[in-house]
Write a protein that binds this ligand. Sequence first.
Ligand code: ADP
Ligand code: MG
Length: 615
Amino acid sequence: MSDIIHLLPDSVANQIAAGEVVQRPASAVKELMENALDAGSTNIKLIIKDAGKTLIQVIDNGCGMSETDARMSFERHATSKITKVDDLFAIRTMGFRGEALASIAAIAHVELKTKRTGDETGIKIYIEGSEVKNQEACNSAEGTSISIKNLFYNVPARRNFLKNDSVELRHVIDEFQRVAIPNPNIAFSLHHNATEIFHLEVGSLKQRLMAIFGSSYNTRLIPVEENTGIVKIKGFVIKPEFAKKTRGEQFFFLNKRFIKNAYLHHAVQSAFEEVLPKDSFASYFLLLDVDPKTIDINIHPTKTEVKFEDEKAIYAFLRSAIKKSLGQFNIAPSIDFNQEAFLYNMPLKPVDGIFKQPTIKVDENYNPFRTDILTINKSSEREISNRNNWEKMYSRHTDNQLEFAVKQEEETQQIIHTDWDNELHESNKKSTYQLHNKYILSHIKTGFMIIDQQGAHERILYEHVLETFEKHKSATQQELFPKTIELNTTDFALIQELQPEIQSMGFDIREFGKNTFVIHGVPADTVNYDSSALLEGLIENYKQNFQELKSNKRENLARSMARNMSIKSGKALTQEEMNNLIDELFACKMPYSTPYGKPTISTFSTDELDRRFRK
Ligand code: ADP
Ligand code: MG
């Protein structure tokens, strides 16, 4: 029998390779745009028709190609990006396999026009199904223009497999964004059927994100930045209150290449854990930069999964960088006046024209801000840094910048405060006002801020309880008259299960026959509470949280205790109490949200006010 093995003709081999590289118009878009990036372009234009099924054209102003290179570029394994094995470990370009153009040319009609910087004439090549049909000198701009027409014209099965235009367009837009986001120093545009969908100017990463996702992102983005020996992290996360119920925008770029990585995603999600409303997903745009040596490049070019060394370290760095940003930056939302109608109802002058000092009811025996309880770990770094940030918000009185704030204060002083003059001269002094016994209004350097008193107190108590767990430093106040508490079987069993934790919070409870506990002692900071109501409330909240939030025992108990003991909306507070509350809040690790993920603070800038009143 004769030998039967033979080499496949290039055209067939290329078509097979194309099956891997080009699944749909978006894959060709990705390859062409990446080539334009690798060519050092500063302006990249993508033009498509019928979601790329009829035409995909990428025009760049990059380095261009010589006549020979232009011809070579369509050969399989023809690349200018690596020459030797060592190069594989230092790759910074997007491509390096030399497969893309060969694959695309195998399954479409391709026209290439290219001219190198400084060359007199350019070259035009026309290819159909790997076969060069025409080649001639031409007059063209510096750079490269590649048009892909009739994708899959010779692979009907694939063509039929394509989805409708809106689905394919969505894929194209995704690829376009994945290239455009990490390259804000390059201008991009995307035209579809004569409509310009994106027009992205050169700018900062933030400007790029705003240009793509809308100008509202201006106030939604929190910067993240961290440089370590292993990884450089740069980018933005979206403030938790704008988190999406469906998977939001989640972009990781590794050395400017879009990647998907469940492990790193988990790092981000866990950094957001406490501040994210339940069932929501964090949105992020994070650029990681690592030494190319530490990445496994031996993955397929169309795949977005990537393997790299030091994954664990990167996880930890990423998580802590994001936590730091969430804590450091004022993640409180700006007030939307349309929603917060109460602000409009704030009278500047009383109806009867006579100014009266407001009367505030105070329960003199009750002090929810006992410093012995709420002063948390005074010397800790984060407290100092949070406090410093906080003081910065208040450090005002750089006169001209304050002009407007002072005016406003003058106008309202008689209604709200009698000693504004003193306050105004005391630098860093906090001036607060309670709205509807629910919200605390406070001036800050750049405008004003509204604090939800209950939410803020919940946050303070929550962190306090967690800390007692961590440091085992709860103090128990023994009850003079121990109280018996009888429960139903389920609650009894639940308390039994939670007894070690409840004990370490400072409760001294002991079983006493069937379904009964006796409370011998309570946490020292709860002496003013009815102990049995406190314990029952704790269990009630715990059960509720258990259904709604998937948190561990301690977190759940801390949340429940915080909800239980917090000063409630509707309670009038003294000036001192408000100031204490604010101080304690900003000594927290995460002052900006309640343990339930709701915001505690809204800030509103004088700029915004100026825009509203003084256009
Ligand atoms: P790879 O990008 O993996 O090298 P491609 O098949 O995508 O392989 O491209 C082959 C070669 O063609 C590239 O290495 C590059 O030299 C050249 N090339 C492709 N597109 C461009 C372009 N837009 N500008 C300049 N050169 C290009
Ligand atoms: Mg390429």
